[in-house]
Design a protein around this ligand. Structure first.
Ligand SMILES: NC(=O)c1ccc[n+]([C@@H]2O[C@H](COP(=O)([O-])OP(=O)(O)OC[C@H]3O[C@@H](n4cnc5c(N)ncnc54)[C@H](OP(=O)(O)O)[C@@H]3O)[C@@H](O)[C@H]2O)c1
Length: 311
């Protein structure tokens, strides 16, 4: 198994990236530093995670300490819902670049097919009609200007990805979506494969901190724990290795150094085909679209009514 996947830009995306959502201020910088030292080469960021400045300080220190050079890393960030109007796009990426202390991103994603009024929280009453082709045209300009070496989308359904592919001059390189053994995304993966869009898996461990609120635990699922026991691996490693074998990059978040290393140790072994087949038995439950009334972390209402039907 290679340590990276090819993108339709001709570049490659490292197979394992460190997630930074819910990585607390004061912890995220150390996590990024430890992850890169351990061998991670992709960091998944977003302004909505509220920690890009601290990630930027960690990146600067990694470069100053000679651990890696800028070109060794693949840095992803995202255009937040409040900035989906095309005229806001250049300023939004510049803020992210300034916070991360970088000249360019390796990948810039439309965070989701949602538009919110400037400065408002993700509540349905704050949503505005979203003109994805217009937003995408603004993303294409960033790509042409070299500020984003690849551009892509996140949380796009088959239907939305198809519509975008029909109008895009630069096709999206990546669709970053929830994907783990408990939400396997077979239909979307087939579409991505057939159109050359790389599927990048967020919440690849089933987001254990949020799982108890609205969905069963992925890491505690008996099929997964049984396979982990038989392979003498941890359930987290089996979940991540499953993702790699399905052809997707995986973005596990951890701020714990031991787990950061554990999550990287998924490259030089494999899940045999008969055990991969057993994972098809896992019942499918989407995490982040579940009908919780109040978001467990941010305290706002579910996003489900903003997603315009299927996501
Ligand atoms: N594009 C989007 O809309 C979107 C949405 C969600 C997430 N994402 C991205 O995807 C990343 C990952 O998703 P996620 O944060 O939802 O969930 P996740 O990576 O599936 O799970 C993270 C949780 O698992 C714990 N954990 C990490 N490694 C573990 C291990 N080996 N064993 C047991 N527990 C472990 C972490 O705790 P510790 O930190 O204490 O280890 C944390 O609570 C995010 O951080 C973000 O970068 C993107």
């Amino acid at each position: 198994m290679a340590g990276s996947f090819a993108l339709n830009t001709g570049a490659t995306i490292p197979a394992i990236g460190l997630g930074t959502w819910h990585a607390q201020p004061g912890a995220v910088g150390d996590a990024v530093y430890a992850a890169v030292k351990a061998g991670y080469r992709q960091i998944d960021c977003a302004p909505s995670y509220g920690n890009e400045k601290e990630v930027g300080l960690a990146l600067k220190k990694l470069f100053q300490d000679g651990v890696v050079q800028r070109e060794d890393l693949f840095i992803t960030s995202k255009l937040w819902y409040c900035n989906n109007a095309p005229e806001y796009v250049p300023e939004a990426i510049q803020t992210t670049l300034d916070d991360l202390q970088l000249e360019y991103l390796d990948l810039y994603l439309i965070h989701g097919p949602i538009r919110l009024k400037k400065g408002t929280a993700p509540l349905s009453e704050n949503s505005l009609p979203c003109d994805i082709p217009a937003t995408w045209a603004a993303m294409e300009k960033l790509h042409e200007a070299g500020k984003a070496r690849a551009i892509g989308v996140s949380n796009f359904s088959c239907r939305k990805l198809d519509s975008l592919l029909a109008v895009a001059r630069v096709p999206p390189a990546v669709n970053q979506v929830e994907c783990h053994p408990g939400w396997q995304q077979a239909k979307l993966r087939d579409l991505c494969r057939s159109t050359g869009v790389h599927l990048s898996a967020y919440s690849p461990l089933g987001s254990p901190a949020a799982a108890g609120v609205n969905a069963p635990s992925v890491l505690g699922h008996p099929v997964l724990t049984s396979i982990a026991h038989r392979l003498q691996r941890t359930p987290a490693q089996v979940a991540l290795r499953w993702g790699l074998q399905m052809g997707q990059s995986v973005l596990p978040k951890s701020t714990d150094e031991a787990r950061i290393k554990e999550n990287l140790d998924v490259v030089d072994w494999c899940i045999p085909e008969e055990l991969m087949a057993e994972m098809l038995e896992i019942e499918q439950v989407k995490l982040l679209r579940a009908e919780f009334g109040v978001h467990p972390v941010h305290g706002y209402k579910s996003l489900k009514d903003l997603w315009d039907g299927e996501i």
